[in-house]
Design a protein around this ligand. Sequence first.
Ligand code: ZN
Length: 253
Amino acid sequence: MGYIVSILFGAIVGSFLNVCIYRIPKGESIIFPGSHCPHCQRSIPFYDNIPLVSYLFLRARCRYCQGPISLQYPLVEGVTALSSFLLFSRFGISWSYLFYFSFLASLIVITVIDLYHQIIPDVISLPGVAVGLAASFILPQLTFLNSLIGVLLGGGSLFLVATFYQWLFKREGMGGGDVKLLAMIGAFLGWKAVVLTILLGSLIGSIVGVIVMVVKGKDLKYAIPFGPFLSLGAALSLFYAEKIIQWYSYACR
Ligand SMILES: [Zn+2]
């Protein structure tokens, strides 16, 4: 029963995250007005706004103008529902569930906004740093010192890399948004996981970057946003940090 509720709750939050993704880059309110179709501007009735179900039922088209509904909507709802389910399986109903769910929800919003606009909004990452630091007083697995070092290490290390990159290539490679995102990740996960996040994010990012270059025939100057890879690295660190570190120390013995 709890598992089903965690999935439903996740899907409903995911539906709200879609609103955030659409409105935060425009500087619009995320509360008012209610959802409306981006094509015909008609407001969407509640029965057409049911997470995952409405998308399938409407066959990805607006009821009124037949305008396409982006696959982003069910994807975000599905990933958020999965995040909620995995965290509930691990932590049950607890502070850990609550904080890590808000953490993953923020990463989902950041990932999609970064993919569309190549920006990471400060309105998510900076409060995220504060919430992560505050969470260290409540979460059993995180001390304040660990969280604080995570912020400094996450923000600081990427800042150094970005500065060096800019000095070397005379152009901006990583945005200041990535620095603040890593500070937020460090605040929530602590310093070990932030190191792992940078390693995983760079590794996955490089692999995808090479594939994109080969497939699209573009050179290294074609910038792909780093935020989604850092977010994915952070999610993997949250769930699998111990396993990855164990496997690594075993493999390198
Ligand atoms: Zn419409």
